[in-house]
Design a protein around this ligand. Structure first.
Ligand code: SAM
Length: 292
Protein backbone atom coordinates (compact mmCIF):
# COMPACT_ATOMS: atom_id res chain seq x y z
CA UNK A 1 0.00 0.00 0.00
CA UNK A 2 1.28 3.47 -0.81
CA UNK A 3 2.18 5.77 2.05
CA UNK A 4 -0.52 8.04 3.38
CA UNK A 5 0.93 11.50 2.91
CA UNK A 6 0.09 14.38 5.26
CA UNK A 7 -1.24 16.36 2.29
CA UNK A 8 -4.52 14.48 1.92
CA UNK A 9 -7.91 15.55 3.30
CA UNK A 10 -8.27 12.33 5.38
CA UNK A 11 -4.83 12.46 6.97
CA UNK A 12 -5.11 16.21 7.63
CA UNK A 13 -8.51 15.74 9.33
CA UNK A 14 -7.08 12.87 11.37
CA UNK A 15 -4.25 15.13 12.63
CA UNK A 16 -6.68 18.01 13.32
CA UNK A 17 -8.84 15.71 15.44
CA UNK A 18 -5.95 14.05 17.24
CA UNK A 19 -4.55 17.40 18.39
CA UNK A 20 -7.88 19.28 18.56
CA UNK A 21 -6.18 21.89 16.39
CA UNK A 22 -8.10 25.00 15.38
CA UNK A 23 -6.91 27.09 12.44
CA UNK A 24 -5.76 30.62 13.17
CA UNK A 25 -6.91 32.87 10.38
CA UNK A 26 -4.69 35.64 11.73
CA UNK A 27 -1.64 33.47 10.92
CA UNK A 28 -2.82 32.72 7.40
CA UNK A 29 -3.30 29.04 8.13
CA UNK A 30 -4.62 27.42 4.94
CA UNK A 31 -3.06 24.00 4.72
CA UNK A 32 -2.44 22.13 1.47
CA UNK A 33 -4.29 18.86 1.06
CA UNK A 34 -3.28 17.85 -2.47
CA UNK A 35 -0.10 15.88 -3.16
CA UNK A 36 -0.20 16.63 -6.91
CA UNK A 37 0.04 20.36 -6.29
CA UNK A 38 2.95 19.77 -3.91
CA UNK A 39 4.77 17.63 -6.45
CA UNK A 40 4.35 20.42 -8.99
CA UNK A 41 5.80 22.93 -6.53
CA UNK A 42 8.81 20.67 -5.91
CA UNK A 43 9.31 20.17 -9.66
CA UNK A 44 9.23 23.89 -10.44
CA UNK A 45 11.47 24.69 -7.44
CA UNK A 46 14.34 22.76 -9.02
CA UNK A 47 14.72 20.58 -5.92
CA UNK A 48 16.86 17.46 -6.20
CA UNK A 49 18.47 15.20 -3.64
CA UNK A 50 21.58 17.33 -3.38
CA UNK A 51 19.68 20.57 -2.69
CA UNK A 52 18.84 22.29 0.54
CA UNK A 53 15.39 23.75 1.18
CA UNK A 54 14.20 26.54 3.44
CA UNK A 55 10.48 26.49 4.17
CA UNK A 56 8.43 29.24 5.77
CA UNK A 57 5.41 28.08 7.74
CA UNK A 58 5.41 24.28 7.64
CA UNK A 59 1.95 24.08 9.23
CA UNK A 60 1.33 20.37 9.81
CA UNK A 61 4.14 19.38 7.48
CA UNK A 62 2.34 18.80 4.16
CA UNK A 63 4.98 20.51 2.02
CA UNK A 64 7.80 19.78 4.48
CA UNK A 65 7.24 16.05 4.02
CA UNK A 66 7.55 16.29 0.22
CA UNK A 67 10.65 18.46 0.58
CA UNK A 68 12.16 15.93 3.01
CA UNK A 69 11.58 13.19 0.43
CA UNK A 70 13.05 15.09 -2.51
CA UNK A 71 15.75 17.34 -1.01
CA UNK A 72 18.92 16.67 0.94
CA UNK A 73 17.88 18.76 3.92
CA UNK A 74 14.98 20.99 5.00
CA UNK A 75 14.96 23.82 7.52
CA UNK A 76 11.53 25.27 8.27
CA UNK A 77 10.51 28.37 10.26
CA UNK A 78 7.16 28.14 12.08
CA UNK A 79 5.73 30.88 14.29
CA UNK A 80 2.85 28.92 15.87
CA UNK A 81 4.04 27.02 18.93
CA UNK A 82 0.97 24.73 18.85
CA UNK A 83 2.32 23.19 15.64
CA UNK A 84 5.65 22.10 17.10
CA UNK A 85 4.47 18.86 18.81
CA UNK A 86 2.33 18.11 15.76
CA UNK A 87 5.31 18.46 13.41
CA UNK A 88 7.45 16.26 15.68
CA UNK A 89 4.79 13.60 15.24
CA UNK A 90 3.94 13.99 11.54
CA UNK A 91 7.58 14.25 10.41
CA UNK A 92 9.04 11.62 12.74
CA UNK A 93 10.07 9.41 9.80
CA UNK A 94 12.31 12.10 8.32
CA UNK A 95 15.70 12.72 9.89
CA UNK A 96 16.68 15.50 7.45
CA UNK A 97 14.20 18.11 8.73
CA UNK A 98 14.77 20.80 11.30
CA UNK A 99 12.02 23.07 12.56
CA UNK A 100 12.92 26.48 13.94
CA UNK A 101 10.28 28.12 16.13
CA UNK A 102 10.58 31.72 14.97
CA UNK A 103 8.81 34.51 13.16
CA UNK A 104 10.50 34.56 9.74
CA UNK A 105 10.50 38.37 9.78
CA UNK A 106 12.69 38.27 12.89
CA UNK A 107 14.99 35.50 11.70
CA UNK A 108 18.61 35.81 10.67
CA UNK A 109 18.16 33.60 7.61
CA UNK A 110 21.71 34.11 6.32
CA UNK A 111 23.10 32.77 9.60
CA UNK A 112 20.72 29.79 9.53
CA UNK A 113 21.78 28.94 5.97
CA UNK A 114 25.42 29.24 6.94
CA UNK A 115 25.06 26.95 9.94
CA UNK A 116 22.66 24.36 8.48
CA UNK A 117 23.80 23.77 4.90
CA UNK A 118 27.08 22.72 3.34
CA UNK A 119 29.27 25.44 1.81
CA UNK A 120 28.35 25.78 -1.85
CA UNK A 121 25.17 23.70 -1.50
CA UNK A 122 22.31 25.03 -3.64
CA UNK A 123 19.56 26.24 -1.31
CA UNK A 124 16.01 27.00 -2.47
CA UNK A 125 13.21 28.71 -0.57
CA UNK A 126 9.96 26.81 -1.04
CA UNK A 127 6.77 27.80 0.77
CA UNK A 128 3.03 28.06 0.87
CA UNK A 129 3.20 31.53 2.40
CA UNK A 130 0.84 33.03 4.98
CA UNK A 131 -1.00 35.50 2.73
CA UNK A 132 -1.23 38.31 5.28
CA UNK A 133 2.55 38.92 5.11
CA UNK A 134 3.54 37.64 1.66
CA UNK A 135 5.12 40.89 0.49
CA UNK A 136 7.15 41.69 3.64
CA UNK A 137 8.48 38.11 3.70
CA UNK A 138 9.51 38.08 0.03
CA UNK A 139 11.00 41.57 0.14
CA UNK A 140 13.02 40.65 3.23
CA UNK A 141 14.35 37.50 1.56
CA UNK A 142 15.26 39.05 -1.78
CA UNK A 143 16.74 42.23 -0.28
CA UNK A 144 18.90 40.40 2.23
CA UNK A 145 21.00 39.05 -0.66
CA UNK A 146 20.87 35.57 0.84
CA UNK A 147 22.92 32.74 -0.63
CA UNK A 148 19.80 31.13 -2.13
CA UNK A 149 19.26 30.21 -5.76
CA UNK A 150 15.52 30.63 -6.05
CA UNK A 151 12.24 31.14 -4.23
CA UNK A 152 9.18 29.15 -5.28
CA UNK A 153 6.13 30.25 -3.37
CA UNK A 154 2.39 29.82 -3.30
CA UNK A 155 0.85 33.25 -2.89
CA UNK A 156 -2.30 35.20 -3.61
CA UNK A 157 -2.88 35.35 -7.38
CA UNK A 158 -3.12 39.17 -7.55
CA UNK A 159 0.15 39.61 -5.70
CA UNK A 160 1.89 37.06 -7.96
CA UNK A 161 0.59 39.00 -10.98
CA UNK A 162 1.97 42.26 -9.61
CA UNK A 163 5.38 40.73 -8.93
CA UNK A 164 5.67 39.11 -12.38
CA UNK A 165 4.02 41.95 -14.36
CA UNK A 166 5.23 43.61 -17.57
CA UNK A 167 5.00 47.37 -18.31
CA UNK A 168 1.69 48.73 -19.61
CA UNK A 169 -0.43 46.34 -17.59
CA UNK A 170 -2.77 46.94 -14.67
CA UNK A 171 -0.62 44.86 -12.33
CA UNK A 172 2.64 46.67 -13.13
CA UNK A 173 3.80 48.97 -10.33
CA UNK A 174 6.45 49.72 -7.75
CA UNK A 175 6.23 46.17 -6.32
CA UNK A 176 7.02 44.79 -9.79
CA UNK A 177 10.18 46.90 -10.01
CA UNK A 178 11.22 46.08 -6.43
CA UNK A 179 10.91 42.33 -7.05
CA UNK A 180 12.33 42.27 -10.58
CA UNK A 181 15.32 44.38 -9.59
CA UNK A 182 16.50 41.44 -7.47
CA UNK A 183 14.96 38.45 -9.25
CA UNK A 184 13.56 37.07 -12.48
CA UNK A 185 9.89 36.51 -11.71
CA UNK A 186 7.54 34.06 -13.37
CA UNK A 187 4.12 32.62 -12.54
CA UNK A 188 4.40 28.87 -13.07
CA UNK A 189 0.94 27.65 -12.12
CA UNK A 190 -2.45 28.79 -10.89
CA UNK A 191 -3.96 26.80 -8.08
CA UNK A 192 -7.65 26.36 -7.27
CA UNK A 193 -9.03 27.13 -3.80
CA UNK A 194 -10.15 23.53 -3.31
CA UNK A 195 -6.65 22.23 -2.55
CA UNK A 196 -6.54 24.08 0.79
CA UNK A 197 -8.08 23.37 4.15
CA UNK A 198 -9.79 25.64 5.08
CA UNK A 199 -10.37 27.17 1.64
CA UNK A 200 -9.09 30.77 1.33
CA UNK A 201 -11.28 33.53 -0.13
CA UNK A 202 -8.74 34.35 -2.81
CA UNK A 203 -7.23 32.50 -5.77
CA UNK A 204 -3.61 31.42 -5.60
CA UNK A 205 -0.62 31.09 -7.92
CA UNK A 206 2.80 29.58 -7.68
CA UNK A 207 5.43 32.22 -8.30
CA UNK A 208 9.05 31.37 -9.06
CA UNK A 209 11.74 33.96 -8.35
CA UNK A 210 15.28 33.27 -9.52
CA UNK A 211 17.83 35.45 -7.76
CA UNK A 212 19.82 37.60 -10.18
CA UNK A 213 23.60 37.66 -9.94
CA UNK A 214 23.44 41.40 -10.73
CA UNK A 215 20.50 43.81 -10.90
CA UNK A 216 19.42 44.38 -14.53
CA UNK A 217 20.12 48.12 -14.23
CA UNK A 218 22.82 50.15 -12.52
CA UNK A 219 21.51 52.74 -10.11
CA UNK A 220 23.46 55.39 -8.24
CA UNK A 221 21.46 54.98 -5.06
CA UNK A 222 18.95 52.15 -4.51
CA UNK A 223 16.78 54.01 -1.98
CA UNK A 224 16.57 57.05 -4.24
CA UNK A 225 15.68 54.81 -7.21
CA UNK A 226 12.93 52.90 -5.36
CA UNK A 227 11.48 56.12 -3.92
CA UNK A 228 11.33 57.70 -7.37
CA UNK A 229 9.63 54.58 -8.78
CA UNK A 230 7.07 54.66 -5.98
CA UNK A 231 6.46 58.38 -6.59
CA UNK A 232 5.89 57.71 -10.30
CA UNK A 233 3.01 55.37 -9.41
CA UNK A 234 1.67 57.52 -6.53
CA UNK A 235 -1.45 58.38 -8.53
CA UNK A 236 -1.71 55.90 -11.34
CA UNK A 237 -3.96 58.05 -13.50
CA UNK A 238 -1.68 61.07 -13.31
CA UNK A 239 1.08 61.70 -15.83
CA UNK A 240 4.67 60.99 -14.91
CA UNK A 241 5.34 64.75 -14.99
CA UNK A 242 2.60 65.46 -12.46
CA UNK A 243 3.58 62.65 -10.11
CA UNK A 244 7.21 63.80 -10.18
CA UNK A 245 6.14 67.42 -9.62
CA UNK A 246 4.29 66.42 -6.46
CA UNK A 247 7.18 64.31 -5.27
CA UNK A 248 9.87 66.94 -5.86
CA UNK A 249 7.73 69.99 -5.07
CA UNK A 250 10.08 71.24 -2.31
CA UNK A 251 13.14 70.91 -4.56
CA UNK A 252 12.32 71.57 -8.21
CA UNK A 253 10.02 73.74 -10.27
CA UNK A 254 7.82 72.16 -12.92
CA UNK A 255 10.11 73.67 -15.56
CA UNK A 256 13.12 71.95 -14.07
CA UNK A 257 11.27 68.63 -14.05
CA UNK A 258 10.28 69.09 -17.70
CA UNK A 259 13.86 69.94 -18.53
CA UNK A 260 15.15 66.71 -16.93
CA UNK A 261 12.50 64.66 -18.71
CA UNK A 262 13.50 66.23 -21.99
CA UNK A 263 17.19 65.59 -21.36
CA UNK A 264 16.61 61.86 -20.81
CA UNK A 265 14.13 61.68 -23.70
CA UNK A 266 11.14 60.49 -21.71
CA UNK A 267 7.81 62.08 -22.57
CA UNK A 268 6.39 63.60 -19.37
CA UNK A 269 2.82 62.97 -20.47
CA UNK A 270 3.37 59.23 -20.22
CA UNK A 271 2.12 57.37 -17.16
CA UNK A 272 4.44 55.58 -14.76
CA UNK A 273 3.10 52.21 -15.83
CA UNK A 274 4.56 52.66 -19.34
CA UNK A 275 8.18 53.02 -18.15
CA UNK A 276 10.43 49.99 -18.11
CA UNK A 277 13.12 49.44 -15.50
CA UNK A 278 15.89 50.95 -17.68
CA UNK A 279 13.89 54.16 -18.08
CA UNK A 280 13.25 54.40 -14.33
CA UNK A 281 16.97 53.88 -13.68
CA UNK A 282 17.93 56.57 -16.19
CA UNK A 283 15.47 59.01 -14.67
CA UNK A 284 16.50 58.28 -11.08
CA UNK A 285 20.22 58.52 -11.87
CA UNK A 286 19.73 61.85 -13.65
CA UNK A 287 17.78 63.40 -10.75
CA UNK A 288 20.26 61.94 -8.29
CA UNK A 289 23.23 63.42 -10.08
CA UNK A 290 21.74 66.95 -10.15
CA UNK A 291 22.21 67.01 -6.38
CA UNK A 292 25.76 65.73 -6.33
N1 SAM B 1 3.11 24.70 4.66
C1 SAM B 1 1.81 24.35 5.20
C2 SAM B 1 0.95 23.79 4.11
O1 SAM B 1 1.24 24.09 2.93
O2 SAM B 1 -0.01 23.07 4.39
C3 SAM B 1 1.11 25.54 5.87
C4 SAM B 1 1.00 26.79 5.05
S1 SAM B 1 -0.01 28.04 5.77
C5 SAM B 1 -0.55 28.92 4.34
C6 SAM B 1 1.14 29.23 6.44
C7 SAM B 1 1.95 28.79 7.67
O3 SAM B 1 2.83 29.87 8.04
C8 SAM B 1 1.16 28.45 8.91
O4 SAM B 1 1.65 27.27 9.46
C9 SAM B 1 1.43 29.64 9.88
O5 SAM B 1 1.36 29.28 11.25
C10 SAM B 1 2.84 30.02 9.46
N2 SAM B 1 3.22 31.42 9.73
C11 SAM B 1 2.41 32.51 9.73
N3 SAM B 1 3.12 33.61 9.98
C12 SAM B 1 4.43 33.23 10.10
C13 SAM B 1 5.65 33.93 10.39
N4 SAM B 1 5.66 35.25 10.55
N5 SAM B 1 6.79 33.21 10.48
C14 SAM B 1 6.79 31.86 10.31
N6 SAM B 1 5.66 31.15 10.05
C15 SAM B 1 4.50 31.83 9.95
Amino acid sequence: MSKKYIATPTKTKEILNKYKFSFKKSLGQNFLVDVNVLENIIKHAGIDNSAGAIEIGPGMGALTEQLAIHADKVVAFEIDQRLLPILRDTLQDYSNVEIIHQDILEANVAEVIHSHFRPGQAVHVVANLPYYITTPILMKLVRDKLPVTSLTVMIQKEVAERMAAQPNSKSYGSLTIAVQYYTEAKIVMSVPKGVFMPQPNVDSSILRLVIRAQPPVQVEDEDFFFNLVQASFAQRRKTLRNNLSSYFKEQYTKDKINEVLETVGIDGTRRGESLNMEEFALLANTFYNINQ
